[in-house]
Design a protein around this ligand. Structure first.
Ligand SMILES: Cc1cc2nc3c(=O)[nH]c(=O)nc-3n(C[C@H](O)[C@H](O)[C@H](O)COP(=O)(O)OP(=O)(O)OC[C@H]3O[C@@H](n4cnc5c(N)ncnc54)[C@H](O)[C@@H]3O)c2cc1C
Length: 273
């Protein structure tokens, strides 16, 4: 471990206010949640920062609650918290299905929803569910909160609108009308990064999002419009195959990803008929 004799510095705020002040006045700092992504890059030597802000004592950021009819999930809620929450199970079963697919139980116990979002991998398993739920990311700095629609949060590969002195504090999810559906395709049942991950909602205007087919998670507006307009599923599958432009990489090929995405659309339609 590169952490045994260490030039690394760790700041340990006990309140969100202190954490935000530290980010503003003592930065640049790398926020540290469950560390399941950070420790990998630390050990690979690919982590640029050497000063860290430990978020683990910020208990209120782990809360999951309803505010009126909005589901509010604290950024420090772990994947296990999502799986165990009756409220999330009732309101957002596709997010629970996604959380169950993250790594294995050890990773689910430590990894957080905020970390999955901030890590900004196009293969992040919870991201398509948030995209079709029209979730809102709540960012906070010493200047206050701002809310960014999830579908405007990412600006490119591993890039987002989040500023260095901001933290993700919560995710707000409005009620989702219609049948929710989630499916991950990986090399094996656990501890596998997605080759393709899809979440979808079947309603008057279906909503569909895919991970691992572009630099960021993507919604499929053309495919959604085709289905909403009464296209057959075969027609919609052709629209989808024109709409996405995945790449070949170590985990899969563009052709495989395109065909599997179309197959998943068919499965979604069949399962929610
Ligand atoms: C063995 C293994 C298997 C995995 N399998 C999967 C998988 O199947 N699917 C999947 O999606 N992921 C997987 N991951 C990745 C990882 O577990 C998830 O992305 C997890 O949700 C990250 O959360 P964390 O709390 O550990 O983040 P951390 O590692 O603590 O942080 C990740 C990034 O987010 C930033 N960050 C964290 N919290 C905040 C916040 N509140 N505000 C601002 N920035 C923040 C950190 O600075 C860092 O850049 C796997 C990882 C490992 C090691």
């Amino acid at each position: 471990m590169r952490t045994a004799i260490t030039p690394l510095q760790l700041l340990e705020p006990r309140t969100l206010g202190t954490a935000l002040k530290m980010l503003r006045t003592k930065g640049p700092l790398v926020p540290l949640a469950g560390c399941t992504d950070l420790y990998v890059s630390l050990n690979f030597g690919t982590l640029s920062g050497s000063r860290f802000l430990d978020l683990s004592q910020l208990g209120p950021l782990r809360r999951i609650r309803l505010a009126g009819d909005t589901l509010v999930i604290g950024a420090m809620a772990t994947h296990t918290d999502l799986i165990r929450s009756r409220t999330v199970r009732q309101r957002l079963p596709m997010l629970v299905a996604a959380a169950r697919e993250v790594g294995g139980p050890q990773i689910q116990n430590r990894g957080t929803l905020g970390g999955n979002i901030a890590n900004a991998s196009p293969a992040g398993d919870t991201l398509p569910a948030l995209a079709v739920a029209d979730a809102v990311i709540v960012l906070e700095s010493v200047d206050g909160q701002r809310k960014v629609p999830f579908n405007q949060f990412y600006t490119g590969y591993r890039k987002s609108v989040m500023a260095p002195d901001e933290l993700i504090v919560a995710v707000e999810v409005p009620p989702v009308e219609g049948a929710q559906w989630f499916r991950k395709v990986g090399t094996r049942a656990a501890q596998a990064i997605s080759k393709i991950v899809m979440a979808a909602v079947r309603s008057g205007r279906p909503r569909i999002a895919l991970g691992s087919v572009a630099a960021t998670v993507v919604r499929l507006p053309k495919t959604e419009t085709a289905l909403a307009g009464g296209a057959s599923i075969a027609e919609a599958q052709h629209v989808l195959m024109d709409e996405i432009h995945p790449i070949d990489d170590v985990r899969s090929t563009a052709e495989y990803r395109t065909r599997v995405s179309a197959n998943l659309l068919g499965r979604f339609w069949q399962d929610t008929a």
